[in-house]
Design a protein around this ligand. Structure first.
Ligand code: KG4
Ligand code: ZN
Length: 334
């Protein structure tokens, strides 16, 4: 069994041998947070508490198993919102203690990468992973299961955060990524030239706050001039700038490392523009690109169970001292 509660999704999954998902229940809190335009940590914790037992019961029922069949439990212990993480963690520890079964604390970002192992049964490291979510933007060289080298990361806003903030400025709903994605399909991505922050020569880091400010400045100046704002064009042009930077850096990194498999992960991996552009560019270079289906891109417990399984067979175990680590880094253990 795997439990995920790091942000605004309470999710419980039951898996067999790490890659075979029997069920993956996701109770989303989007409706509760929408009216605030973003996730309210206190509300998230309370909702997790209300949901967790029901979601566990639903998962067992849907998988057609009972607690007697559960041999091992995996849970996200970071990074994420501390109050939210603690709910899933407490539930997992209680089950592990009561049933006398092993416990593995899992890093949420690793979970996003492992979503690909569930989807692509033949995928094996080494590969380059681009992890783009609401809280993270990482370019990682994954040498082997559990072995990561972080090659680049964002210096300010995460890519998903930039999507959400720009969407908010455009008066679109929360979360903004899917809305911008939808509008970008009908907008002109060359209508406005927004900056592409490539940073210093050879750097694999990212920066999205300058782009976000450029969009906000553009919107303000258009309003001051009394010009009509073409929301779809702004969305398409903004998205183009983000996905070009992500694509360029990922391909440069794969080339430098001589790696011919690239893996996309995290909520922004659901972006159709990114899938298309990175897909086309990979194809030109003979690189295979893998990404999870939409349901496995955003937060879910199945991906956490997959990491828990591989950690478990490596001999790793957590104990009852396992605590929530809001700033847990990729590759960092307990
Ligand atoms: O991975 P995730 O569910 O949560 C975190 O761990 O952060 O990612 C959520 C993020 C949000 O910022 C959301 O706007 C973004 O993923 N997102 C998208 C799309 N779907 C979700 N961004 C761009 N295009 C999408 N289609
Ligand atoms: Zn996530």
């Amino acid at each position: 069994m795997a439990i995920e509660s790091s942000c605004d999704e309470t999710s419980v999954s039951i898996l067999r041998n790490g890659r075979n998902v029997l069920t993956n229940i996701i109770a989303s809190q989007i409706l509760q947070h929408q009216k605030f335009g973003g996730v309210v940590p206190e509300v998230a914790s309370r909702k997790h508490i209300e949901n967790i037992n029901q979601v566990i019961e639903d998962a067992l029922r849907e998988a057609g198993v009972t607690f007697d069949d559960i041999t091992h439990i995996a849970v996200t212990y970071g990074p994420g919102l501390v109050g939210a993480l603690l709910v899933g963690l407490s539930a997992a520890k209680a089950i592990a203690f009561a049933r006398g079964i092993p416990l593995n604390g899992v890093n949420h970002i690793e979970g996003h990468i492992y979503a690909n192992f569930i989807e692509h049964k033949d995928l094996e490291p080494p590969f380059i992973a681009l992890i783009v979510s609401g809280g993270h933007t990482h370019l990682v060289y994954m040498k082997d299961y559990g072995e990561y080298e972080v090659i680049g990361r964002t210096r300010d806003d995460a890519s998903g955060e930039a999507f959400d903030k720009v969407a908010r400025a455009l008066g679109l709903g929360y979360p903004g990524g899917p809305e911008i994605d939808r509008l970008a399909k009908i907008g002109n991505n060359k209508a406005i030239t927004f900056p592409k922050a490539l940073l210093e020569e050879g750097s694999y880091d990212f920066s999205f706050s300058g782009l976000k400010s450029a969009v906000l400045n553009y919107l303000n100046s258009q309003k001051m001039k009394g010009n009509e704002i073409h929301t779809a064009d702004v969305a398409a042009s903004f998205q183009q700038s983000v996905i070009e930077v992500l694509t360029e850096k990922t391909l440069a990194c794969a080339k430098e490392r001589g790696i011919n498999t690239v893996v996309l992960a995290g909520g922004v991996a659901a972006n159709s523009g990114l899938r298309e552009l990175l897909g086309e560019e990979c194809k030109k270079r003979g690189i295979q690109l893998k990404y999870p289906s939409l349901k496995l891109c955003t937060d879910n417990a199945a991906m956490i169970g997959c990491v828990g399984y591989y950690d478990y067979i490596k001999g790793l175990r957590s104990d009852m001292h396992l605590n929530a680590m809001p700033n847990l880094k990729i590759g960092q253990r307990y």
